[in-house]
Design a protein around this ligand. Structure first.
Ligand SMILES: Cc1cc2nc3c(=O)[nH]c(=O)nc-3n(C[C@H](O)[C@H](O)[C@H](O)COP(=O)(O)OP(=O)(O)OC[C@H]3O[C@@H](n4cnc5c(N)ncnc54)[C@H](O)[C@@H]3O)c2cc1C
Length: 450
C-alpha cells in the first residue's frame, strides 16, 4: 500500500462518497472556504446515478427522473437543458393481471362487483375509526385503506416483494419515508375528494395520468456528471476516485483515513457512504443495520405491451421483480428496433445476486401475462445497500448507531449516510445542506483557507 501524501495542512475536509450527497456537500463546503477532498470507490462520481452502455442500448443503475426544479441542476451551469423532458407514464400490474394507473386510482376500484365494493368501503370506514396503529406497516396501511383495498389494489403484494417479509414486520416509517404519493393520496380529505371524482362522469383524458419530468441526458449520466466534476474541480474540489475507505480513526483534532490506496489526514469528515460501512470503518464491527441489495437486469424485447407506459410497477401476486423502467419509450430512437428496459428485484440480506435466475423468473411472469415477447438479457448489475431495511425495531438501533458515530465527530449526511429512504436527489441535497450547515458556517475565511 502506497502512502498518499496528506494535504500540506490537515485543515482539510474529507467527504466520503461521491454520490449526490457527497458532491453537494463538497460544493457547499468548498464555496464556504474549506479545502475539500471527495473519496469514492468508483471510477466516476454520481453514485446510483450511473449509466451502462451495452451495444446500442443505454441503461441505468437506478436513478433517472428529476423534477423541473431539481437541485441537482444547481451543481453546474446548463445542466437542466442537457436533460430532456418526457412524460412520466407510470402503470402497475393489478392483482388480476390488468394494467392500471400507478399508484392507485379510485375509479379502478369501482370496477368491482357492487357487493364487494360496498363491503370494502365499510371495511375502510371501520378501519379508519376503530383500528389502532401499532407502529407496523401492516396496521398503518390497513388503517389508511381498509384490509380489502389493501389487498385488492395489490399494494400488499408490492410491499411484501419489496421487503421479502410481510408488512407486519416492517416499521410504519416506511410509509412516510418511501411512499409519499400513497401517503398523500390516503389522507382522509384527499381520499374523499378522489372518491367523489371517481363517481362523477369521466372527463376525456382523465384516466391518462402523466406528467412531464426531466430525465438524464440521452447519451447517459457521463454527460451530466462530467460537467459537474469539471465545475467542482475548477472550484478547487479534489477527487480521489477508485479509492475505497478501509478504516477511520480520530487522533486528537484530526482524523486518519485509511483507504486501499494509502493514508490521508483531515480536520473534518463528512460521510455519505452507507452507514454500516462507516460503522465498520470506525469500530471494526457491523452496526446491526440491514439493507436490501438490488439486482438490476438490463433487458431488450421484440415486443412490449403498448399499455404499460414507461415505468411499470408489479402489484401482481406473482413475480419477484418490482419495477421496470422502459428506456426505449423515454428515449425513442428510430435506429433501435427493439424495446429496452431495466428490471429491478430487491434481494433480502444474505441472498446472492443471481441475474440468470431473476431473468428466467421475470420472463415466465410477464410472458404468462402476455406483456412481453422475445426477451433477451443484455446485462445486469448488483446495487449493494440499495434500500435501508426498516424492520420493526430498527429505529432504536439506528438512534444508537448515530449517537455512537456522532461521538467520534464524523458528520453523517445524505441518503446512504443517514440510512434514510430519501427517494429524490433534491431531498438528499436539501438534507445534506441541513446536516453540514454547522461546518459550512465554521469555514475559515477564504484568504486563510489557502
Ligand atoms: C433504485 C433507485 C432509484 C432511484 N431513482 C431516483 C430518481 O429517479 N431520481 C432521483 O432524484 N433520485 C432517485 N433515487 C434516489 C437516489 O438514491 C438519490 O437521488 C441519490 O442517488 C442518493 O445519493 P447518495 O449520495 O446518498 O447515495 P449514493 O448515490 O448511493 O452514493 C454513495 C456513494 O458512496 C460510495 N461508497 C460506498 N462505499 C464506499 C467506500 N467504502 N469507499 C468509498 N466510497 C464508497 C459509492 O460508490 C457511491 O458513489 C433512486 C434511488 C434508488 C436506490
Amino acid at each position: 500500500m502506497s502512502e498518499v501524501p496528506p494535504p500540506a495542512s490537515a485543515e482539510c475536509v474529507i467527504v466520503l462518497g461521491g454520490g449526490i450527497a457527497g458532491i453537494s456537500a463538497a460544493a457547499t463546503l468548498q464555496a464556504a472556504g474549506h479545502k475539500v477532498i471527495v473519496i469514492d470507490q468508483q471510477a466516476q462520481i454520481g453514485g446510483t446515478h450511473r449509466s451502462r452502455q451495452i451495444g446500442p442500448y443505454t441503461f441505468d443503475a437506478g436513478s433517472i427522473f428529476y423534477e423541473e426544479t431539481a437541485r441537482i441542476f444547481d451543481l453546474a451551469p446548463a445542466l437542466r437543458e442537457s436533460c430532456p423532458e418526457v412524460l412520466s407514464i407510470q402503470r402497475r400490474i393489478a392483482p388480476d393481471g390488468s394494467i392500471l394507473l400507478y399508484p392507485i386510482e379510485p375509479r379502478d376500484l369501482l370496477r368491482q362487483p357492487v357487493l364487494r365494493l360496498v363491503l370494502a368501503v365499510l371495511d375502510l370506514i371501520v378501519s379508519r375509526i376503530c383500528l389502532r396503529q401499532d407502529g407496523t406497516l401492516e396496521k398503518l396501511c390497513t388503517k389508511r385503506l381498509g384490509r380489502r383495498f389493501f389487498d385488492d389494489t395489490g399494494l400488499r403484494h408490492y410491499l411484501t416483494r419489496f421487503h421479502h417479509v410481510p408488512p407486519r414486520q416492517i416499521d410504519e416509517e416506511f410509509f412516510f419515508r418511501r411512499m409519499a404519493i400513497i401517503e398523500r393520496f390516503t389522507r382522509t380529505k384527499n381520499l374523499a375528494r378522489s372518491a367523489l371524482r371517481a363517481v362523477l362522469p369521466r372527463r376525456p383524458q382523465a384516466s391518462a395520468r402523466q406528467w412531464p419530468m426531466r430525465v438524464r441526458p440521452q447519451q447517459g449520466f457521463d454527460a451530466l456528471f462530467g460537467p459537474i466534476a469539471r465545475h467542482l474541480s475548477a472550484m478547487g474540489v479534489e477527487f480521489a476516485l477508485s479509492e475505497s475507505i478501509v478504516s477511520l480513526a480520530r487522533e486528537g483534532a484530526f482524523f486518519i483515513v485509511r483507504t486501499d490506496q494509502g493514508t490521508r489526514l483531515a480536520s473534518a469528515i463528512i460521510s455519505t457512504i452507507p452507514l454500516d460501512r462507516l460503522h465498520r470503518a470506525l469500530f471494526s464491527r457491523p452496526s446491526g443495520l440491514e439493507s436490501l441489495d438490488m439486482t438490476t437486469l438490463y433487458v431488450s424485447a421484440e415486443w412490449l405491451h403498448p399499455d404499460i407506459g414507461n415505468v411499470l410497477f408489479n402489484f401482481h401476486a406473482d413475480g419477484a421483480w418490482k419495477r421496470a423502467t422502459i428506456y426505449s419509450r423515454i428515449y425513442p430512437d428510430p435506429a433501435i428496433s427493439r424495446e429496452f428496459f431495466s428490471v429491478e428485484t430487491t434481494l433480502p440480506p444474505g441472498t446472492q445476486h443471481d441475474p440468470q435466475g431473476a431473468f428466467a423468473a421475470f420472463c415466465a411472469h410477464v410472458e404468462s401475462l402476455k406483456l412481453a415477447r422475445g426477451l433477451k438479457l443484455e446485462g445486469h448489475e448488483l446495487l449493494k445497500e440499495c434500500y435501508p431495511l426498516l424492520s420493526v425495531g430498527t429505529g432504536k438501533t439506528l438512534d444508537s448507531v448515530l449517537t455512537r458515530i456522532g461521538r467520534t465527530g464524523v458528520i453523517t449526511a445524505g441518503r446512504q449516510g443517514s440510512f434514510e429512504y430519501l427517494p429524490t436527489s433534491s431531498g438528499v441535497i436539501a438534507q445534506v445542506a441541513h446536516q453540514i450547515s454547522g461546518l459550512a458556517a465554521a469555514a475559515p475565511k477564504p484568504e486563510m483557507a489557502a
